[in-house]
Design a protein around this ligand. Structure first.
Ligand SMILES: *[C@@H]1O[C@H](CO)[C@@H](O)[C@H](O)[C@H]1NC(C)=O
Ligand SMILES: *[C@@H]1O[C@H](CO)[C@@H](O)[C@H](O)[C@H]1NC(C)=O
Ligand SMILES: *[C@@H]1O[C@H](CO)[C@@H](O)[C@H](O)[C@H]1NC(C)=O
Ligand SMILES: *[C@@H]1O[C@H](CO)[C@@H](O)[C@H](O)[C@H]1NC(C)=O
Length: 191
């Protein structure tokens, strides 16, 4: 009896493990071929648009949400301040030009020695084949540099598996109102 159980047990194990792995709720991970998700050749897409950041306006697109009491205007770099943005993205520098999406997220002053912002945002596209797709940015923006480069760390929809970089260049800025138009060139690899 015992002997026959031992002899049978490898077969039982195989049967049980087959039952377990066949249970769709019990798989933690599996290896797939990229083609099972329709992933074929990687593409490189270049996007060019203008970002409109209105701090001083009847309807601001950017609101300051953190002002540290300890720095209260004494920091020349606004160190510790954080803003939330919902900035329109257009194809040309004029706000009246075609809207292609919005930049939604946060930026915070993270440098005590220069204007160096941590930018954490999504470009949420609203036009054409990109409608509903996003690109996620997490990077450092030294806003007074000729060009600032920030990593694209991912994306959704059309831009699944995205990675790349965004280059930001100030187009116009009003230092009194602090309203700015920024030109963006984004290079992104995706499928
Ligand atoms: C569960 O994992 C096994 C082993 O990798 C695999 O054969 C099976 O197709 C998976 N089932 C599901 C529903 O993902
Ligand atoms: C900021 O400074 C002003 C003037 O010195 C003071 O009246 C105000 O209470 C300060 N605000 C905070 C949040 O500390
Ligand atoms: C601090 O700076 C902001 C923005 O420049 C300004 O509106 C505010 O009046 C300043 N506060 C003080 C207390 O100087
Ligand atoms: C984008 O998608 C939304 C939601 O599906 C839809 O309401 C909207 O009309 C689309 N816009 C364009 C320009 O295709």
């Amino acid at each position: 009896m015992v002997k026959s159980f031992i002899t049978l047990s490898p077969f039982l194990l195989i049967i049980f493990s087959t039952l377990i792995s066949a249970n769709p709720g019990r798989n933690f991970s599996e290896t797939l071929s990229p083609s099972s998700l329709g992933l074929k050749k990687q593409k490189l897409t270049h996007l060019h648009f203008y970002f409109h950041d209105f701090i001083t306006a009847k309807h601001p697109t950017t609101l300051q949400i953190v002002q540290p009491a300890t720095t209260n205007n004494s920091s020349s770099t606004s160190f510790g301040s954080v803003w939330v943005m919902d900035d329109p993205l257009t194809v040309a520098p004029e706000l009246s030009s075609k809207l292609v999406g919005r930049a939604q997220g946060f930026y915070g002053s993270a440098s005590q020695s220069e204007f160096g912002f941590l930018m954490v945002l999504n470009f949420a596209f609203t036009g054409g084949k990109f409608n509903g797709s996003t690109l996620s940015v997490s990077g450092r923006n030294t806003i007074f540099s000729a060009v600032s480069e920030m990593p694209i760390v991912g994306g959704s929809g059309f831009f699944r598996f995205a990675r790349g970089y965004a280059q930001a260049k100030t187009h116009t800025v009003d230092l009194n109102t602090r309203n700015a138009v920024v030109e963006y060139n984004v290079y992104v690899l995706h499928y």
